[in-house]
Design a binder for this molecule. Structure first.
Ligand code: FAD
Length: 406
């Protein structure tokens, strides 16, 4: 791993900065802080509209995706380049959030497993920011153990009829399309017999019910599917052959989370410390130094992942180390910012300092400990793949899904 940017990477960074500075959205950061701390469809829709407009600007300028191949509208560059662009973008624009599932996960999966017709239908609209996607994977009894999913699809002529329930579906309330996993053959072992669909979220029979989180926002949802009819042509990767596309989606999700920069920059923590007097308190100075150290370690770990990605290596166990480091960091930093806020940490949203962003920082830590694979699951992966410990005992391996007790 080389810590210094190559002359080509430095030139690319300069190019990113130049383009971003010349094309910034008129409303600055683009994020309304209240959109992440309260549940208000109007505020949220306005945020989604800003995200779409910014994505369209990027698409028109040729910056819609750094890593998608050129033939699908991307720049066809490496994960390192993507990291450079995102780093510079994050300093200037925050209206990027709603495309993580689409451009970051569904798009690469369609590129890898889709038919020509699917690529033509879905990829351009995704990259132009016209269609937002959500991920209909988790179910009430299938999260960490995704292979246990029970939502059933049964073929009826040229269509499939889907019944079941999904949960924790981020952004389903404003999504146009979803990537949906269903059980299509319960006589096969659990990781087989799964079919991956692309589903229009306006299809009759889909009901989206928001779930209000600890932060006050309703970021994710329960999604009920009752006799939802999906055309056969919307299958990605073949009937009962969903596990391949699932792995592509999940490895892109891990790379996305692992490659994400931390929510708060150290300069912002230092500013808060200065405003609250935390920088004159020895115990808090100690915690600030620890936060700085964690951020530096994650930065270099990020370089390691990007270096691997630029060599064409799939994200390995280092993405689990990174995901775990990020969520532990969010926890410790969340505690620190609340300690610096002192009694005013009990205030909420508009009444609180900086419109409640520090409360959000604190309360948001649990989401990152669970979403995209829990801390325990990351520890299992590290234990098995890095430390060579014995794997979990899998009593349902090779057993037909129908025979697994529920
Ligand atoms: C903010 C957020 C956004 C999300 N967005 C989406 C989304 O858009 N789409 C989607 O499909 N899902 C989404 N999820 C769901 C997420 O993927 C699941 O919550 C996660 O995989 C955990 O599954 P679970 O909630 O069913 O918990 P479970 O798997 O039931 O786990 C419960 C507890 O048991 C532990 N545990 C489970 N298995 C093991 C094991 N083998 N070894 C040790 N401990 C174990 C877990 O760590 C956890 O503490 C989101 C979750 C969050 C928090």
């Amino acid at each position: 791993m080389d810590f210094d940017e190559t002359p080509q990477e430095a030139a690319f960074r300069a190019e990113c900065v130049q383009w971003l500075e010349a094309n910034l959205p008129p409303d600055g950061s683009g994020r309304d802080q209240t959109a992440i701390t309260i549940s208000d469809p109007e505020v949220e829709n306005a945020y989604v509209a800003r995200c779409k407009a910014w994505q369209r600007t990027k698409y028109d300028g040729g910056w819609g995706s750094i890593t998608w191949p050129v033939e699908f509208g991307g720049k066809g560059l490496s994960g390192i380049h993507d990291g450079i662009f995102k780093e510079e973008e994050a300093k200037r624009v925050e209206a990027t959030g709603v495309f993580a599932v689409g451009i970051g996960m569904a798009g690469p999966t369609i590129i890898a497993h889709g038919t020509d017709a699917q690529k033509e239908r879905y990829l351009p609209a995704m990259l132009k920011g016209e269609e937002v996607w959500c991920q209909l994977f988790s179910e009430p009894v299938a999260g960490s153990d995704l292979g246990g999913l029970r939502t059933a699809a049964v073929r009826d002529g040229d269509e499939w009829v889907v019944n079941g329930q999904k949960v924790w579906t981020s952004g389903a309330q404003y999504s146009d399309w979803g990537i949906l996993l269903t059980r299509t053959d319960p006589d096969q072992p659990k990781h087989r017999g799964i079919t991956y669909f692309l589903v229009d979220m306006t299809t009759p029979g889909i009901e989206v019910r928001p779930l209000v989180q600890i932060t006050g926002a309703a970021h994710f949802n329960e999604v009920f599917l009752s006799d939802v009819r999906i055309p056969h042509e919307n299958i990605l990767g073949g009937v009962n052959a969903g596990w391949g596309p699932i792995m592509t989606t999940l490895s892109n999700e891990r790379a996305l989370i692992g490659g994400s920069t931390t929510r708060t920059r150290f300069e912002e923590l230092a500013k808060l410390a200065h405003q609250t007097g935390g920088d004159r308190d020895p115990a808090m100075r100690q915690e600030l130094a620890k936060a700085y150290t964690r951020m530096e370690i994650m930065k270099y770990q990020g370089y390691r992942m990007r270096t691997a990605a630029s060599r064409g290596e799939l994200p390995g166990p280092e993405s689990s180390t990174m995901k775990l480091a990020i969520s532990l960091h969010f926890g410790e930093t969340g505690d620190l910012v609340m300690a610096m806020n002192g009694a005013s940490g009990m205030l909420h949203a508009d009444s609180a300092r900086d419109e409640g962003r520090w409360q959000y920082e604190f309360l948001g830590q649990w989401a990152s400990r669970i979403g995209g694979g829990t801390d325990d699951i990351q520890r299992n992966t590290i234990g098995e793949k890095v430390l060579g410990l014995p794997p979990d005992i899998r009593v349902d391996k090779g057993v037909p899904f129908r025979e697994i007790p529920s």
